[in-house]
Write a protein that binds this ligand. Structure first.
Ligand SMILES: [Zn+2]
Length: 132
């Protein structure tokens, strides 16, 4: 086979390989689904469908396509792991964690304020003298 008709790699992208079609230099999937990562496309295809992914990529500006693909891949993986909540499951776990940590931070700040005001009442004896 001639290998010099384009500067493209000979192996089809993961999407074209999966879909058993010819990968051309105009392939919208090729830059984002390299052949070394076959499960990335398989997951995205299983959850969203190749034609929807293609539509999404065409609707998004080229400089944002990589982010879009990474987001789709993340969502697809989450949806496969958790068919009910998908990445919403991870989001709500993190939101609960944020709330808990905010409460903890408020309590710690309040403790700190109480401690600082106690030190203030004992004048400078806590800091002064001893060490120098
Ligand atoms: Zn391709």
């Amino acid at each position: 086979m001639s290998s010099s008709y384009s500067n493209y790699t000979n192996s089809p992208c993961a999407a074209c390989k999966f879909l058993r079609r010819k990968c051309t230099s105009e392939c919208v999937f090729a830059p984002y689904f390299p052949p070394e990562e076959p499960t990335k496309f398989a997951n995205v295809h299983r959850i969203f469908g190749a034609s929807n992914v293609s539509k999404i990529l065409h609707e998004v500006a080229p400089h944002q396509r990589e982010d879009a693909v990474n987001s789709l891949a993340y969502e697809a993986e989450a949806r496969l792991k958790d068919p009910v909540y998908g990445c919403v499951g991870a989001i709500s776990v993190l939101q609960r964690q944020v709330l808990r940590l905010q409460r903890e931070l408020e309590e710690t700040n309040a403790d700190l304020m109480r401690y600082a005001s106690c030190l203030g009442n004992e004048t400078t004896s806590a800091y002064g003298g001893r060490r120098s």
